[in-house]
Design a binder for this molecule. Structure first.
Ligand SMILES: Cc1ncc(COP(=O)(O)O)c(C=O)c1O
Length: 422
């Protein structure tokens, strides 16, 4: 059974200061997990987790992860700016972007971030953006093509993904970049998303380690790090077994010793860019039941909508729901739990078995800590919710206020109309 990290009594207290809907984050859980990740890879001297900012760009949460040695993985200029504003610089920042605008490379280079090139054609482009000289340390993104398979079947389809370079391009890129003065290299790959198995990282790592040994032989490049990127999943569904980061770390360690260690490359650092695993389970969308509707189905309308959490609407993703205070009641009602968008896919759950829901009940929508708030948009003029941190001592702290109509109108340059709208 999936248990919410917050109780009805706690939510009743929090809503006195911050009305629903809001994303709530569990500081204790974030810290314990970050510590476990650090420990699982402590066998590797250069290990660093670069938290994928796209998963949750809240500086308070990023700041907590930083206490555990995490850097940031950025995909855009604004994510880079956020990292810089938090005092991160140089190799604490990874810039893993694609289809990258010129000025974003320029800015990443100014910060001294590690630039991870998505394509061989970006070499010249990036060189120009960096003022005619590539940085000394750079990374290239690999895409092996085909499908990525593990013992339980096909996990994902890299051959169909827009990211990364082919094997031959990677070798060529290393040669060209060395001629252009790049001294140290990294290899990056993201081959499967939300993998709920301890096998993914070890299998990917072995593949990248073997590639690193080959590329070193072929090109003479000094390979400093392997970036396993994101893709380590979480148990969204109650019947799934959560990944065990200790087993994952051990699996990568074994592959490291067997491949890199044997090849005399035992000083290569392991980097990760996890977003979902670092934050997903430690966030929840807290919302209130405000309508019930009985037509061809039973509907519960809540005060959150897809603007706060898009994953169910765009991927049909499952997010578990707990009706606070009714954890022990039988799940003998079948509901569609809906938001208020004029979009029929704005449903947090479809045909979900839940206890009887009464108006005013608080619902916790689980696992929204990654790719939750950050994916939101403003369709229908809906405003994005607040973010609240449930601190270690049990108190609640606002870490991002809810949007106001002024935020929604802020990009309009019609000052007099805006004045009237106020
Ligand atoms: C380049 C890159 N790194 C890291 C991540 C984080 O992935 P996850 O949240 O699955 O760990 C993503 C996700 O889209 C990504 O595109």
């Amino acid at each position: 059974m999936k248990k919410a990290f917050v109780t009805k009594a706690q939510v009743e207290e929090i809503v006195k200061s911050f009305p629903t809907p809001f994303h709530l984050y569990d500081e204790k859980g974030i810290r314990e997990n970050a510590e476990a990740v650090k420990k699982a890879f402590s066998w590797n001297k250069g290990f660093r987790e670069y938290f994928a900012v796209k998963a949750n760009p809240n500086p308070v949460l990023m700041g907590i992860l930083r206490e555990y040695g995490c850097g940031t993985d950025c995909s855009s200029k604004t994510e880079l700016m956020l990292s810089a504003a938090m005092g991160l610089s140089g190799e604490e920042i990874m810039f893993s972007s694609n289809d990258t605008p010129f000025e974003e490379y320029t800015y990443a280079n100014e910060l001294g971030a590690i630039i991870n090139l998505d394509d061989i054609t970006h070499i010249d482009f990036c060189e120009k953006a960096c003022g005619g000289k590539l940085p000394e340390t750079m990374s290239c993104r690999f895409n092996p093509g085909g499908v990525f398979q593990m013992s339980n079947g096909i996990m994902d389809n890299p051959g169909d993904a827009k990211y990364g370079m082919t094997r031959d391009q990677l070798a060529d890129a290393f040669r060209i970049m060395q001629e252009k003065g790049v001294k140290h290299f990294g290899i990056h790959a993201f081959l499967a998303s939300n993998t709920v198995t301890n096998e993914y990282y070890p299998k990917l790592a072995r593949q990248l380690f073997e590639l690193a040994v080959e590329l070193k032989k072929e090109t003479g490049a000094d390979i400093r790090f392997i970036n396993l990127s994101g893709g380590v999943g979480i148990a969204y569904r109650p019947d799934q077994t959560a990944n065990d980061i200790v087993a994952i770390g051990e699996g990568v360690h074994k592959a490291y010793d067997e491949v890199l260690g044997k090849a005399g490359m035992g000083d290569v650092a392991i980097y990760t860019e996890m977003g979902r695993f670092m934050m997903g389970p430690y966030g929840a969308l807290v919302t209130k039941a405000i309508h019930e509707k009985h037509t061809y189905k039973e509907y519960i309308g809540v005060d959150a909508c897809a603007v706060d959490l898009m994953r169910p609407a765009i991927y049909g993703a499952y997010h578990h729901i707990t009706v606070l205070g009714k954890e022990d009641q039988p799940e003998d009602h079948t509901y569609d739990v809906t938001g208020s968008l004029c979009e029929n896919n704005d449903k947090f759950a479809i045909d979900r078995k839940l206890p009887k829901i009464d108006m005013g009940d608080y619902l916790v929508i689980h696992d929204t800590g990654a790719h939750g708030y950050s994916m939101g948009y403003n369709y229908n003029g809906k405003l994005k919710s607040a973010e609240v941190l449930l601190q270690k001592d049990g108190s609640a702290k606002l870490i991002r206020r809810a949007e106001t109509p002024q935020d929604y109108f802020a990009t309009l340059d019609v000052t007099d109309i805006y004045g009237r709208l106020k």
